[in-house]
Design a protein around this ligand. Structure first.
Ligand code: SF4
Length: 693
């Protein structure tokens, strides 16, 4: 399926969910690729951030995996593709025979394309299990759950261009777009503030986003610096203030929502003063923010992992939905509830069904009619019961799960309580990893397959605002590596035969089948996607796609938006005598999730080569910590040594660190307690202790 282009190639940045267009010219020698301006790129108009600008550095990196590897007596040895693929197929067949199909788990990845994730989930289901998931579980599973239940679709309601041009107020809660979505922040949000919009940011950390709105000559930015895990009480103060002041959009509530009475009842005896104290934010600041949001002509909510990664993540997001619904800020340009998704294909990975409870297009696997329609195209039966999520699969390793198929994921770094995850993977009978580098997870594998990078393959990715875009190969496939798509097609054909449903010639061939089973992609073809891409839903060829959703009605079963009052639920672990601090975690602009690529990128790694912790000066003094001291952070699950950054950017009693660095990943400390419904872990709040190393 390889394809070489000698002219500059227009493709999509492989990093974040903004989905910036980039133009790259292949070089004659490895490492010679260079960026060219793509001034009319649809999302970013030619601008890129430091991470996008360094994306070529990993493509020809000397650490690339170049041969299939098989583990023998605890050591990896090189193997032929034939031997590696035969081993995989033999082991998958053995596990199914000995333990049944649910003894396997399959991990898709938001780093790879729609076609590849589509094929992986089809492989899992053809094998006989719905135990297939992707890293969305770790970032926005709760957001998707709440949005699907209360509005209809688990995605951004609006699009970035629409919001940048039309929103008067941006409510950004638990998101740090200046680090995680830099071009969206600079091109749309910051520019809108320069042009007159107001930003209300709700976050425990004074971060790069906070500073980016410090714009000379403007005073249109509020930062509500709450304590981690108090988002529900803060939003309840906002909601109660709106009710008290008659800022409710009564017509919208009457005609387009249900459940308002439940919210009124929840807030009836709600004590705003006590709640503001819980949040450690002045009550009058929250009330002022409520007025700005509720009285704006168009107000848009942006939500990030500071909201979703909690054991009450679904309720956190539900309260943002409540805010938008009661003020009528949905179904118009410049409004909505908009999750800022992490990776460049995190939206698409879910859209194409790499999840245990839904088939492509978010059709529930336990919906008989939807499942039958997909089965008819696929030609085999799909199990009707939802499968395990990825964290559950990992928790079941060595118990009910005996084998794992990992495509481009790194759970030893990305899952909470990472020391325990590593121990669990040791208990598996068999694990295969497809990746471009030897990851921390791959070291536990039995077979490793060398895959291609973003620059060597084509396909489609879906960015944070539902825009499906084409990626195109820039340079030739590295010798002896293979596309994830080709590997999956080969494994599927070997397992299920020539007529087993895995005989695809290229990504477009896969996309043609995907659009048959995914209604919101049905109107798209590679030709129609062109260079602009299309926002889903796009039901028929010729549909232009929707830059904003729900103009006339929501896509819930009754067409209404669901309001539901929610009450404060503290994090599962709160500070105590032994662990008196709240540890919270977040990512940096220079690094990307588990750092597999960004730690190997000289430009990015030079900026921040090691992990650090932000600690308030009063806490630092109490612990005898000086700026730049090596310190040990401990939780009930492990400890890491990092450098202290003494700063007032973080509240007293709270410490803040990152998950990117293998030697000192925050996930050795984080708590693997899950949101009951969405099964997302609570990365954002754990009890911790700190001491000088
Ligand atoms: Fe890439 Fe995101 Fe930066 Fe755009 S903002 S260049 S998509 S990392």
């Amino acid at each position: 399926m390889s394809e070489q282009e000698q002219e500059p190639v227009k493709t999509i940045c492989p990093y974040c969910g903004v989905g910036c267009g980039i133009q790259v010219k292949p070089g004659d020698e490895p490492g010679d690729m260079r960026f060219m301006p793509w001034g009319d790129a649809p999302v970013n108009e030619g601008r890129i951030c430091i991470k996008g600008g360094a994306a070529t550095e990993v493509v020809d990196h000397e650490d690339r995996l170049t041969e299939p590897l098989i583990k023998e007596n605890g050591e990896f040895r090189e193997a032929s593709w034939e031997e590696a693929l035969s081993r995989i197929v033999d082991e998958l067949e053995r596990i199914r025979e000995e333990h049944g199909p649910d003894a396997m788990g399959f991990y898709g990845s938001s780093k790879v394309m729609n076609e590849e994730n589509y094929l992986l989930q089809k492989l899992a289901r053809r094998y006989g299990t719905n135990n297939v998931d992707n890293c969305t579980r770790m970032c926005h599973a709760s957001t998707v759950w709440a949005l699907r239940r209360s509005l209809g679709a688990g995605a951004m309601t609006n699009s970035m261009e629409d919001l940048g041009a039309k929103a008067d107020v941006f409510w950004i809660q638990g998101a740090n777009p200046a680090e995680q979505h830099p071009i969206a922040n600079s091109q749309y949000f910051r520019q809108a503030v320069i042009d007159g919009a107001t930003v209300i940011q709700v976050d425990p950390h004074a971060n790069k986003t906070t500073k980016s709105f410090d714009i000379e000559g403007t005073d249109r930015h509020m930062h509500l610096q709450l304590e981690p895990g108090t988002d529900i009480p803060l939003l309840n103060v906002v909601l109660k203030t709106i009710l008290e002041n008659d800022w409710v959009d009564e017509e919208f509530v009457r005609q387009r929502t249900k459940g308002f009475g439940d919210l009124e009842e929840t807030l009836d005896d709600f004590d705003k003063e006590a709640a503001a104290e819980t949040c450690r934010v002045p009550l009058e600041d929250i009330e002022e923010a409520a007025e700005k949001y509720a009285t704006a002509e168009n107000a848009a909510i942006f939500t990030g992992m500071g909201m979703s990664q909690h054991s009450c993540g679904v309720d956190n997001v539900q309260n943002e939905i409540n805010l938008a619904l009661v003020t009528g800020n949905l179904g118009r340009p410049g409004t909505g509830v908009n999750p800022l998704r992490g990776q460049n294909n995190v939206q698409g990975t879910c859209d194409v069904g790499a999840m245990p409870n839904v088939l492509p297009g978010y059709q529930n696997v336990d919906d008989d009619a939807a499942r039958s329609a997909v089965e008819e195209v696929w030609g085999f039966d799909v199990p009707p019961e939802p499968g395990l999520t990825n964290v559950e699969i990992s928790m079941e390793a060595g118990e009910s799960v005996h084998g794992l198929y990992v495509m481009g994921e790194n759970p030893v770094m990305s899952e909470p309580d990472a020391n325990e995850v590593a121990e669990r993977l040791e208990r598996l009978e068999f694990m295969v990893v497809q990746d471009i580098f030897m990851t921390e997870t791959a070291t536990f594998a039995d077979v490793i397959l060398p895959a291609t990078t973003w620059a060597e393959r084509g396909g489609t990715v879906t960015n944070t605002d539902r825009r499906v875009q084409r990626m195109r190969p820039v340079e030739k496939v590295h010798e002896n590596t293979r596309h994830d798509l080709d590997i999956l097609a080969e494994v599927g054909t070997r397992l299920f035969g020539e007529d087993g449903g895995f005989d695809f010639s290229d990504p477009e061939d896969v996309f043609e089948e995907l659009r048959q089973v995914c209604p919101s992609y049905h109107g798209m073809t590679y030709d129609l996607l062109g260079e602009e891409g299309i926002h889903w839903p796009c039901y028929e060829p010729g549909d232009e796609g929707d830059p904003f959703l729900y103009e006339d009605e929501f896509t819930t079963s009754d067409g209404l938006g669901y309001v539901e009052g929610v009450r404060h639920q503290p994090p599962a672990e709160v500070p105590d005598e032994e662990y008196p601090l709240i540890l919270t975690t977040a990512r940096l602009i220079e690094h990307y999730n588990t750092g597999t690529m960004s730690r190997r990128s000289p430009t990015l790694n030079r900026q921040t080569p090691e992990n650090f912790v932000d600690i308030h000066p009063n806490d630092a003094e109490r612990y005898g910590i000086e700026d730049e001291d090596d310190v040990i952070i401990k939780s009930r699950r492990g400890e890491i040594t990092v450098v202290a950054n003494v700063t007032e950017d973080i509240k007293e009693g709270v410490i803040w660190t990152t998950p990117h660095f293998a030697a000192a990943s925050a996930n050795r400390l984080t708590n693997d307690v899950l949101d009951e419904r969405a099964k997302i872990p609570e990365y954002k709040a754990a009890a911790a202790e700190i001491e000088v190393s």
